[in-house]
Unconditional design. Structure first.
Lengths: 238, 173
């Protein structure tokens, strides 16, 4: 006959109670801790990824904008204005070209040169600096001639600025001492600028480029070669 | 319907405990489901973000390659910007010829002004002129005062001789 004592029953029930509550509690704690770890690690990873993605997107936006601007500029601005701008404000001293143009224009306006001097200035290496050369010419003529000459001179390329005028009246003619400045500036593009946003050409700069494009380009003539000539055969008469 | 409890009276509280354990197991199940769903969601997000990052990197690389091909154009663009900015400053200094035009138009308006000497710079104008009559002198001074390019003008000297008329020296700055 099966007899169960009261104490045995209580002990068995207590064992059952402790085993049935300990394992689920441990499991519960473990899951909660794991959940915390997953959330902490996962969310920080997601946030890091979001940050990386935002960085890449912002870089991408800069690159896309740059690529679009350059692709458009290639056919429009650069194709039209690169050559005129590089002649108007060259990287090398343009004093000889300017002097040649001054002389051609003086001939055109029938203004005889009484004297001239050229100050080429020092060498400029810093690309932020605009080098200036001064060309001083003394001419004789009437006011209309001089004014016409000066107005046309400022329409020529390379860019010149009439800096100083000294008039003195000599009978019917004016003796005019004209000081003209021409300009140049070296240019070295900075390297590794792919990630940096492109500094765009502003509207006022575009107007300046249009103005430079409208300047009259210098005439470079090709002198005819001095020869070869046909030579007589010295042995033909023999 | 009444609930029949077959446990002896002394063990009835332990039945409540047993129920609590049962509820706890259900809670464990729920927490487990929540854990796996969370893991799934987090991992999905990470995978999706990683894919987006990879796509963005590929696009970035493609833009970089395009820009490498356009490096010559970029140089020309920067050159143009540099020239435009410098030329803009240079062009702002141009005003001598315009001032000479203004002086010429004043002379034509007054008629009988004879310029003896003129020194014209960007911020400076010095005129020595002779004017035969007082009315011409008055018109000349009125007109020349209207020159916009200079802030102040001063008549340094004014003399009169019956042969030359009025001879005056004006300086503008």
């Amino acid at each position: 006959m099966l007899t169960i004592k009261k104490n045995d029953l209580e002990t068995n029930l207590l064992n059952l109670k402790s085993s049935s509550s300990f394992i689920p509690s441990l499991y519960f704690l473990m899951i909660i801790v794991l959940l915390g770890i997953v959330l902490k690690v996962g969310l920080s990873k997601i946030s890091e990824q979001k940050k990386t993605l935002a960085d890449i997107k912002s870089k991408q936006a800069i690159l896309a904008d740059k690529e679009k601007t350059l692709s458009q500029a290639k056919d429009n601005i650069i194709g039209i204005f690169y050559n005129p701008a590089s002649i108007a404000l060259p990287t090398e001293n343009p004093v000889l070209v300017s002097f040649s143009e001054v002389k051609s224009l003086l001939d055109l306006y029938l203004l005889p040169i009484d004297g001239y001097s050229i100050n080429i200035g020092g060498e400029v290496q810093d690309q932020t600096v605009v080098g200036t050369t001064a060309l001083q010419v003394t001419v004789f003529g009437k006011m209309d001639q001089v004014l016409g000459f000066l107005k046309d001179l400022e329409k020529e390329s390379p860019l010149v600025v009439v800096n100083k005028l000294n008039f003195s009246n000599q009978k019917d003619l004016l003796s005019v001492e004209i000081t003209v400045n021409s300009f140049y500036s070296p240019f070295v593009a900075s390297k590794s600028t792919v990630d940096l946003p492109l500094q765009k050409i502003t509207d006022s700069e575009k107007n300046v480029l249009i103005e430079l494009g409208n300047l009259k380009q210098p005439n470079f003539s090709n002198p005819s070669p001095n020869g070869p000539f046909s030579r007589e055969n010295p042995f033909s008469s023999l | 319907m009444a609930e029949i409890n077959l446990y002896p009276a002394g063990q009835r509280q332990k039945i409540n405990w047993h129920r609590f354990v049962g509820a706890f197991k259900t809670l464990n199940l729920v927490v487990t489901v929540v854990f796996f769903v969370t893991v799934f969601v987090v991992v999905s997000f990470i995978i999706l973000n990683q894919n987006a990052i990879n796509r963005a990197k590929a696009e970035e690389e493609s833009y970089r390659n395009k820009l490498k091909a356009l490096s010559g154009v970029e140089f020309q663009y920067m050159f143009l910007k540099d020239r435009a900015a410098k030329a803009e400053k240079v062009l702002k200094t141009r005003n001598v010829v315009k001032n000479l035009e203004d002086i010429n138009s004043i002379m034509q308006k007054v008629g009988d002004v004879n310029l003896n000497e003129v020194e014209l710079e960007k911020n400076k104008l010095s005129i020595s002129a002779s004017v035969p009559t007082f009315s011409s002198l008055k018109t000349f001074i009125t007109e020349i005062k209207s020159l916009q390019s200079y802030q102040k003008g001063m008549i340094d000297s004014l003399s009169f001789s019956p042969d030359k008329g009025y001879v005056l020296q004006i300086n503008f700055q």
